[in-house]
Write a protein that binds this ligand. Structure first.
Ligand code: GLP
Length: 242
């Protein structure tokens, strides 16, 4: 079931996402599924600001990130590990042993199995999601199976092009990534999906009004009991209204 908020701009979207996310922090031992990309940056900035003012603590949480590029060192400027520390973890009181980010280097078969086992033991109270312009969630690209678990994925050319803006050139964008599967995402009690800009408008409309199909992975969210969708006017511009 979708709870849809179409707001004015990125600031309002981030503020609303913060309000929804913050409620989960009131639980005794929240398990937080986290995402990277530009969409959740405003949410993380608000968490850091609230922490600085003494309004919240993340001492009692466990975090699990959605995905990571394969082949980059953890400390590479574009790894999702670096992203999460720079945007959130460095600035709040979450203990480092409570932070889980898939590893994109090493014995991947073993590492993906271990990450999957951890996820099964720690179902997310909330899972933050961005959205690829092709409808991907995490790095579950078009064609992903609904029962997929943590796995290695060959990134689609359009995803590499979309993400090239963070790298010096497209050649530096990794070809592969490791991602939570669709089944891992669907296990979350609540999903908080953030999308802004007109490049996401088609995928947002498909997610809500389109036919359920593997070619558009976000359509599986139609089957989830509670998805809070927070978009700006541009990303919501193709939504059909009654
Ligand atoms: C990457 C990530 C996704 C993210 C997407 C959207 O592909 N793997 O998890 O949702 O980017 O990114 P952005 O929020 O920058 O548009």
């Amino acid at each position: 079931m979708f709870e849809i908020h179409v707001l004015e701009d990125y600031e309002q979207v981030s503020q609303k996402a913060f309000e929804v996310f913050k409620e989960v922090l009131n639980e005794p031992h929240p398990v937080l599924g986290l995402a990277t990309g530009s969409s959740p940056v405003g949410l993380y900035a608000r968490l850091v600001a609230a922490y600085d003012k003494g309004e919240l603590s993340m001492k009692h949480v466990k975090t699990f990130n959605l995905d990571e590029y394969i082949g980059l060192d953890r400390n590479h400027p574009q790894s999702y590990y670096t992203f999460m520390y720079d945007n959130l973890f460095k600035h709040v009181d979450v203990p480092s042993e409570s932070i889980h980010i898939p590893q994109g280097k090493g014995a991947l078969e073993k590492l993906t199995k271990e990450y999957e086992a951890l996820l099964v033991q720690n179902p997310q109270d909330i899972q933050v999601l961005g959205l690829g312009s092709n409808g991907h969630i995490g790095f579950n690209e078009p064609g992903s199976e609904w029962d997929s678990v943590v796995h290695v994925v060959n990134l689609k050319p359009e995803t590499r092009v979309d993400n090239a803006r963070f790298f010096e050139s497209i050649d530096e964008v990794p070809d592969f990534a490791v991602t939570m599967g669709i089944a891992d995402i669907m296990r979350a009690k609540k999903i908080l999906l953030i999308a802004t800009g007109k490049k996401k408008a088609e995928a947002i409309n498909e997610m809500i009004n389109g036919e359920l199909r593997n070619e558009v992975p976000c359509t599986i969210l139609q089957k989830h009991p509670h998805v809070v969708v927070i978009v700006d006017k541009a990303a919501g511009s193709k939504l059909k209204h009654d």
